[in-house]
Design a protein around this ligand. Structure first.
Ligand SMILES: *Cc1c(COP(=O)(O)O)cnc(C)c1O
Length: 381
């Protein structure tokens, strides 16, 4: 018998009721039955994005499709765009821009560090022509959370759109589209939204439309103008991922019932307990003070083969945590704690880390991490 536990930074665990909603009989999408579900999902997404904008688009795609849509709908060939890198996902913004002939002005941040908002002000003063600024809220590859509120303040006085990859940030860290003045934000289904992979959500503020009308990059499937027109008719231009949208109805209901502020504070508390448990084991956080509440990235002990230990843990115990990507492969491991996660998930995750290290010859005291997690959870309610 194998029972599985998913502590990866996407995909994440899915509540049973969401799976049941996804398993309902298929319906046709050009019906009022579908439109009612779709419009309710769109309304609930506005709440998650903290936006009054009527334009929240749901694409059948992974998160990256939503990112590509932001690039092709706001820019023309040869335009300049400022991109905060410092991890695989920040780099992805730059790669998408480059694929379309956009001139990227990178702001490179050391892996594991957050960008200082002043750097954006500085870059935009120098590059007055820059049309868009692309930032990642939570850089899932390093575990860093960037200060989007501060960044929005720094970008505000300039004439560029602020576009945020909130794919893992949404539903974990506060993101106030309207209050902070974010022009476009992207979310994905398989992270904090407690859904399977396959949907990208893009929230477009009124302030972005002037640029969207001018943007000349080629697009067909990703066209925001088509999406807007269809949304006005309570539908999508092409066949939507009907089952996933039915599942989203349930998942967003759960978020609304809990209350978004409570969702944020639950993540903050659980992430704090995770970090404390890791430190109690004598391990070091890769992102230090910039650690997100989405996942905890941990430096792998010196000389320890973390990847084979992770594989063994998954194969033998059914617990999945992840290693680092590309340059960080073998150097860090990552524990995802976003979405459908509670206290006992953290206890399981930390005890799995203890077992994984101990069994593979790393000198740690068994129970020390778990005991610290229990203490923290009991002392901060
Ligand atoms: C997961 C993720 C993405 C998108 O990845 P897809 O595999 O395309 O869904 C983008 N940005 C961040 C920060 C992510 O964590």
């Amino acid at each position: 018998m194998k029972k599985t536990y998913l502590f990866t930074p996407g995909p994440t665990q899915i509540p049973h009721d969401v799976t049941l909603a996804e398993a309902k009989s298929m319906i046709h999408h050009r019906t009022s039955e579908f439109s009612n579900i779709f419009i309710k999902v769109t309304e609930d997404l506005k709440y998650v994005f903290q936006s009054k904008s009527d334009e929240v688009f749901t694409f059948a795609s992974s998160g990256t499709g939503g990112m590509e849509a932001c690039v092709v709908n706001t820019l023309s060939q040869g335009d300049k765009a400022v991109v905060v890198r410092g991890g695989k996902f920040g780099e992805r913004w730059a790669e998408i821009c480059e694929a379309y002939g956009v001139d990227v002005i990178p702001i490179d941040i050391e892996y594991g560090k957050a960008v200082k908002p002043d750097l954006l002000d500085y870059a935009l003063r120098k590059e007055k022509e820059a049309r868009s600024v692309f930032v990642t809220q939570c850089e899932t590859s390093t575990g860093v959370v960037h200060d989007i509120e501060g960044i929005a303040k720094a970008v505000k006085s300039h004439n560029a759109l602020l576009i945020i990859d909130a794919i893992t940030g949404i539903g974990v860290h506060p993101l106030m589209m309207d209050d902070w003045g974010i022009d476009i934000a992207v979310a994905g289904s398989q992270k904090g939204c407690m859904l399977p992979p396959g949907l990208a959500f893009v929230c477009v503020a009124q302030s972005a439309w002037e640029s969207i009308k001018k943007a000349r990059l080629p697009k067909y499937y990703w066209d925001f103008k088509k999406m807007r027109k269809s949304l006005g008719n309570k539908t999508t231009p092409f066949t939507p991922a009907i089952s996933l949208i039915m599942a989203a109805g349930k998942a967003l209901d759960m978020i609304k019932k809990e209350g978004i502020e409570n969702v944020w504070s639950r993540h903050a508390r659980l992430a704090h307990a995770t970090r404390e448990g890791i430190k109690a084991l004598g391990l070091e956080l890769f992102a230090g003070d910039a650690s997100s509440n989405v996942l905890t990235a941990v430096k792998s002990p010196e000389g320890f083969d973390i990847n084979s230990a992770i594989k063994k843990l998954r194969d033998e115990s059914g617990v999945t945590i992840t290693g680092g990507q590309e340059e960080l492969k073998g150097k860090i491991f990552r524990i995802g704690h976003m979405g459908y996660v509670n206290e006992f998930d953290i206890i399981v995750a930390i005890s799995a880390v203890e077992k994984c290290l101990h069994e593979n010859g790393c000198k740690i005291e068994l129970g020390k991490g778990v005991s610290r997690v229990q203490e923290v959870l009991l002392s901060c309610k």
